[in-house]
Design a protein around this ligand. Structure first.
Ligand code: F6R
Length: 607
């Protein structure tokens, strides 16, 4: 996962940048580079592989500049070689980037039309050429970046320096994190407080949509609309980097907000963005020879598995059994040898999930794990590990690991669909394009937080809450209820919307909030009928839908949260965001210990 450092210093900054990049190594990378100004000219040193290769290059060809940007690259678009390593440069600008520029193909064609010559396979290079092009129309560096940012689609963090500009650095954040650091006559830019720790503990985190103009004497932050804003200046305790909450009050909130970034990283691991294809690691089995898939997991990971079932059955026409690990473990489910069993776990240490993995292995299943902790026991004991790249999840309630699990399961299901001939190449491209846009839709969903917070006040007053959904929104209803229960201690249940009239409808009265997850998909109208049943009994409906759903839902609701329109294949990832925020804010209002709710543990190593 890419790391960014920028230094406006007083002495040569290249060695300091390499030190900072070492502190970002934990994010994972496969090439690195730095750029400085030598007598006003942009000069770069880059190297494939570990930082010692970059250090070696710098030993042979040192850089003397006192302003610079540096980067550790975790390859997404293009191979991990020196050419694709950051910083990327146009004639007047060098840029480092973390994240994904979704519309890079479109921009690249446009800029080639203006004469730009591309040297790399990366999405990042379009940013350098775009800013260069804007500067060639007469704009200064600040105006050029300001004009370029709205043209970029995706979730990203960026750092820029400019030819001839010894006292100017610009940073921008949309989706991916970025912090600024304050020194004595020096200023810094970094992916996190850990990168900045050797230089300063006085930092500000940029907020989503912010961009910042840094000079040695100070900085100015602007919001998305270009209005000057102040962001809180704080003291970081980056030495304890895993327990740094940044600007957030709780880890859970931080982790909810990290989702555009970590889902982007996870996608980058499984998707060839240029070819719009899913690329899985080598598998010891062939999807065409499978009769059945078993998915086993616990809690939130189980709900990710339940969602995966819809995708496998639709994309690959493969029957799927999803099992609660603690039930499968002691049940008598027969396994036909040679089939596939997938185990989903954030920690990779959950005792029941591990036991079922061993049980499935003993019964001749091919064992694939979808895990977040790559060194965990479940990962080690699997035939194939498909990592989720959510990064450390500290809050006990799982949030970003869940959406990353969904991302990986969707990728496996698409690959299975292609292999089994159920999806055409064009189907795969369409589904991949939808996945690539998830981080951006998540950013839009995060912007609903003020509305969600208001709704949480009603939820916090309730004794019971019902969540309803159909299709892939059904597992999300279960997940929403679990999230609310575990951190706010409010009783909640999730139901398949069609099940309402088979029992739970008896609970509905004017005191009962009913959260309906209903994007405008092929089952929308059916869900609307279930909402009518709730409304007729005085239930307080909170509807999560999209603009078309909001226009067509003819039911009086307490509130409607309107998410962007998106293909039905990706709604669970994006709708998870408001569902998580609602539970989070209800818990904050209730005053519970959000990150460490009573009786719960992050890693459940007992059965
Ligand atoms: C809920 C939650 C738990 C876990 C479950 C499985 O927010 O975090 O339900 O999902 O304990 O844990 P892992 O994924 O580590 O196997």
């Amino acid at each position: 996962m890419c790391g960014i450092i920028g230094i406006l210093g007083r002495t040569p900054v290249a060695p300091q940048m390499v030190d900072a990049l070492k502190r970002l190594e934990y994010r994972g990378y496969d090439s690195a580079g730095v750029a400085t100004l030598e007598h006003g000219h942009l000069t770069r040193r880059r190297a494939e592989g570990k930082l010692k290769n970059l250090e070696h290059r710098l030993d042979g060809e040192p850089l003397a500049g006192t302003i610079g940007i540096g980067h550790t690259r975790w390859a997404t678009h293009g191979r991990p070689n020196e050419t694709n390593a950051h910083p990327h440069a146009g004639r007047r600008v060098a840029v480092v980037h973390n994240g994904i520029i979704e519309n890079f193909n479109e921009l690249r064609r446009e800029l080639e039309g203006h004469g730009a010559r591309f040297a790399t396979e990366t999405d990042t290079e379009v940013v350098a050429h775009l800013v260069d092009h804007l500067m060639s129309t007469g704009l200064g560096p600040v105006e050029a970046v300001k004009a370029a940012l709205p043209r970029l689609r995706g979730a990203f963090a960026l750092g820029f320096i400019f030819e001839g500009e010894e006292d100017l650095m610009i940073g921008a954040r949309r989706g991916s994190p970025l912090a600024v650091g304050y020194g004595q006559g020096e200023m810094y830019l970094g992916s996190d407080a850990i990168a900045l720790a050797p230089f300063t503990s006085t930092i500000s985190y940029l907020e989503d949509g912010d961009w910042v103009v840094l000079k040695r004497g100070g900085l100015q932050v602007y919001d998305e609309d270009g209005a000057p804003v102040n962001r809180p200046v704080m003291k970081s305790s980056a030495s304890a980097f895993l327990v740094d909450k940044g600007n957030y009050r709780h880890f859970m909130s931080k982790e909810i907000h990290e989702q555009p970034e970590v889902v982007g990283h996870t996608l980058a691991h499984y998707i060839d963005f240029a070819a719009e294809r899913v690329v899985l690691p080598d598998l010891p089995f062939d999807f065409t020879s499978l009769q059945r898939v078993t998915i086993a997991a616990c809690g939130t990971a189980y709900y990710a598995g339940l969602t995966g079932k819809y995708w496998f059955e639709r994309f690959a026409r493969l029957p799927v059994e999803v099992e609660i690990a603690s039930e499968l473990r002691y049940g008598d489910a027969p396994f036909a040898p040679g089939n596939l069993a997938i185990f989903v776990s954030q920690s990779g240490e959950t005792a029941d999930t591990l036991a079922t993995l061993r049980h499935a292995k003993a019964n001749g299943q091919h064992v694939v794990s979808v895990v977040n902790v790559a060194t965990s026991t479940i990962a080690r004991e699997s035939d194939v590990v498909m990592p989720t790249l959510a990064g450390p999840e500290i809050g006990v309630a799982s949030t970003k690991a869940f959406t990353c699990q969904l991302t990986v399961l969707a990728c496996i299901a698409i690959a299975a669909g292609r292999a089994r001939g159920n999806l055409s190449e064009e189907d795969e491209r369409r589904l991949v394009r939808a996945l690539v846009e998830v981080p951006r839709h998540m950013t839009a969903a995060l912007a609903l937080e003020p509305e969600v917070e208001k709704l949480a006040r009603d939820i916090a007053k309730s004794r019971d809450v019902l969540y309803l959904g159909r299709g892939t929104s059904f597992p999300l209803a279960l997940e929403g209820a679990l999230k609310l229960k575990e951190i706010s201690y409010i009783h909640a249940e999730g139901y398949a919307a069609g099940e309402l009239k088979h029992g739970p409808i008896a609970l509905i009265d004017e005191t009962m909030p009913v959260i309906v997850i209903a994007p405008h998909d092929r089952v929308f109208e059916k869900t609307v009928s279930n909402m009518q049943e709730v409304a007729a009994r005085g239930g307080k409906i909170i509807l999560l839908t999209d603009p078309q759903g909001a226009a067509e839902a003819t039911v009086d609701s307490l509130a409607t949260l309107v998410l962007p329109h998106m293909p039905a294949s990706v709604t669970p990832m994006v709708y998870a965001v408001p569902v998580q925020m609602l539970a989070y804010h209800a818990a904050v209002i209730m005053g519970t210990d959000v990150d460490q709710p009573r009786n719960l543990a992050k890693s459940v190593t007992v059965e």
